[in-house]
Design a protein around this ligand. Sequence first.
Ligand SMILES: Cc1cc2nc3c(=O)[nH]c(=O)nc-3n(C[C@H](O)[C@H](O)[C@H](O)COP(=O)(O)O)c2cc1C
Length: 443
Amino acid sequence: MSASDAPLHIGMTLTPTWLSGEAWRRPDSGVEGLMGQDYYIDIARRAEAAKLDFVFRPDTLAVNMGLLGRGAGMAGLDPTLLLCAIAHATSRIGLLTTVSTTFYPPYILARMLMSLHWLSGGRAGWNIVTALDGQRNFSLEDMPSPEDRYTRAAEVTEIVTRLWDSFPGDAWQPDRETGQFVRAELVRPIHFKGTYYSVEGPLGVPNMGAATGACRIPLVQAGASEAGRDFASRVADATFASTPDMEAAIELRRDLRRRARAHGRPEDAVRLMPGLSLYLAATEAEARELYRATHAGADEARKLANIREMTGLDLSGWPKDRRIRASDLPPAPQKVRSRTHAALLRRAIERQEPTLAELLNAPEVMGSAHWQVIGTPGQAMDAIRTWRAAGALDGFILFPGGSVDAMHLCLDTLAPALSDAGLLRREYAGSTFASHFERPLPV
Ligand SMILES: Cc1cc2nc3c(=O)[nH]c(=O)nc-3n(C[C@H](O)[C@H](O)[C@H](O)COP(=O)(O)O)c2cc1C
């Protein structure tokens, strides 16, 4: 099987995007369960029954006060602890947690992930983020610059992987006969001294796997600026991306593959996995209504403030039918929360020159700038096939929207259809997360 015929890598978010906007207010939303494990275990089990690669929990270390009130303002359970509970209730699906290199000390981070790895039988994965905010919860007034955050990310990632290797798994061999618990001669401190951290090691948890092979912890990265791409192509197994249109995805995938080669890695070592926001229903008209109802209460002032923050353009007072031209854009602001998202919004304005009404509805403003399909499962299949044939992805992460039913349609109808079409495995070949990322993928 050639790489282009291999099944896709598919993940499922555990952030309840299907409850966003007004959707949580539906009688059957189950919103009362969000602070317990059962709600998420049900979804993880559905995702595992569908043979997805992983479930995934994004994270933030700050409450968004502007979104708190009519929404949860990003408040929720710690991702790694939540995935530990899910580990207990599943057996094959990968568990991708998000941990920020900007705020977590590497020793704590390494121990936490390796503990999840043991507790899940080898299913931990690390989504490496440099974070967008939260600095004031960590004794900082301003976020460090993106460059500084990526330099730190590189250092933290190096320390974490060295700590994992500092206590090889085969050193942990309790032998009742000899009385030797650990082969201490195999356990080595790392004596790391860098720009940000000095870490002696070794890690206090043995390594369940190794740096390579089917039992390692896969590394995923999010953030697509120059520095983000360079970092991902050096260390990551996959990039989680915001690519609202196919050309953006093709360009990013091509660039990541080129950079991976330049770093001496195989070009398919880093897989591009865009977020896929899906509003699914039995008919396209119903799906459009689902989208409209979900976003009916969206706060326009907040959207205008986001546009201003990302582009420097103040559109308050503009008529809804007035087009925004590329020439209306002021020079890009120096400081933005995410250069990736700011660049995507500028790109959308430059290419589409939308009316204000169109812009306020665009994925770059409404949400996380993800690829979006509003329609039937069949239409989603067509879109996935088109992107696949164009070389725009190696997989994707599902972000269902609108309602619990729409989320179920995604896992219980679309996913089996993807298997039938040969785009998703029918059975797991292994029981570790890394085994789901093996190349070429078994069908
Ligand atoms: C698709 C995507 C998902 C992200 N998810 C998270 C997240 O869950 N938590 C977080 O703290 N930061 C998240 N980030 C922020 C990035 O880690 C990064 O800090 C930010 O995008 C700035 O990097 P950039 O200059 O490369 O865009 C995400 C970024 C992107 C593009």
